[in-house]
Design a protein around this ligand. Structure first.
Ligand SMILES: Cc1ncc(COP(=O)(O)O)c(C=O)c1O
Length: 353
């Protein structure tokens, strides 16, 4: 049985969070002399001399409506990368505990683990990038506190079979993190709809991909109220700056634009999926539910450099186990995708096909 208190790091369970100036005061006031701000104003603009809301209440209320969850089930981070780091800090004792991740996958789970001195166990995804569930269950040790699943997976682009995830949620007594950075481009429903069923489930999403706000750095973690309260307790008090809170709040009104952009990106993705296999240098195009495509080519390093010379940057993933010979290509605009296809075709026609 999953027991949240028993897997929180003892020091985290015991510690008191930082109490910010605005937390200690409740009520109405018009003279604020409590936070050592510059009361004359800001060189950057109207509100920026004041610290931002550490609880991001307005933002959370609106996100909660859009996502169909309770505001207390939302943690907001400086990118979902901050949520990944805080999950490790909350549940994994450095030098003692471990996390399990399933490569080829997003690299920050490993980087965060290394930074926090958390041991990493890995189980390679199957050749079609699904979870070998039995092997994963066998790799779980008493020290394994978190299992990271990325769906749709980066860099492979596929969604992970929900039945495999369900089996792991049912049988693993640690935290199962499902990283849904690319969920807006997928056909599968988000796991946020299953939070009530699984107290050990954390779902990560981000405003960096479909919402087009990578520069503002805002990521979300969804979980039970008790679990989210732990992340809130250990986060830096003002982790989401005022400009980000304001700009994202305005953008949340524009869900119609989001829908249109996602539709266009998915349409462009499908055009690339059809066009790429026609090119002589392309060996295989993996199915994608994300805004990028993993493509196996005849000479990945050579093609990568050829594209670079043409001013086109893609991601060379060919040194990654399971992705040998592969480039990961983000879906661009119609014009950018045409330029890419033309360049790959040219490469093939120069005896590289
Ligand atoms: C799977 C996955 N998770 C998380 C992130 C990081 O997102 P954020 O910009 O919110 O930190 C990325 C970014 O590429 C990603 O691919």
């Amino acid at each position: 049985m999953f027991n949240l208190e028993s897997i929180i790091r003892p020091n985290v369970l015991k510690m008191k969070p930082y109490a910010s100036a605005r937390d200690e005061f409740k009520g109405a006031a018009n003279v604020f002399l409590d936070a050592n701000e510059n009361n004359l104003g800001s060189l950057a603009g109207e509100n920026y001399n004041r610290y931002p809301d550490p609880h991001q209440n307005k933002l959370k209320a609106t996100i909660a409506e859009i996502k169909g969850v309770n505001p207390n089930q939302i943690f907001l981070g400086n990118g979902s990368d901050e949520a990944i780091d805080l999950l490790l800090r909350a549940f994994c004792t450095p030098g003692v505990d471990a996390l399990l991740c399933l490569p080829p996958t997003y690299g920050m789970y490993e980087v965060s683990a290394n930074l926090n001195d958390v041991h990493i166990d890995t189980v390679q995804l199957t050749p079609d990038f699904q979870i070998p569930v039995r092997e994963v269950m066998q790799s779980i040790k008493p020290e394994t506190k978190i299992l990271f699943i990325c769906s749709p997976n980066n860099p492979t682009g596929n969604s992970i079979d929900p039945e495999s995830i369900e089996t792991l949620l049912d049988n693993f007594e640690g935290i199962v993190v499902i990283d849904e950075a690319y969920i807006d481009f997928a056909t599968a429903a988000s796991w946020t709809t299953r939070l009530e069923e699984y107290p050990n489930l954390v779902v990560l999403q981000t405003f960096s991909k479909a919402w087009g706000m990578a520069g503002l750095r805002l990521g979300m973690a969804f979980g039970s109220e008790a679990l989210i309260a732990i992340l809130d307790k250990i986060k830096p008090p003002y982790n989401i700056n005022e400009a980000t809170q304001e700009l994202v709040l305005q953008a949340l009104d524009k869900t119609e634009v989001l829908k249109d952009m996602v539709e266009e990106i998915v349409q462009e993705r499908e055009l690339l999926v059809q066009a790429l296999p026609q090119l002589s240098t392309v060996e295989f195009v993996y199915p994608s539910e994300a805004n990028f495509i993993l493509v196996k080519v005849k000479d990945a390093n050579k093609l990568y450099n050829y594209l670079l010379n043409k001013g086109i940057v893609v991601r060379n993933r060919s040194s990654l186990k399971g992705c040998e010979g592969c480039l990961r290509i983000s879906v661009g605009t119609l014009e950018e995708n045409q330029e890419l296809l033309k360049a790959i075709e040219e490469f093939g026609s120069k005896d590289n096909g």
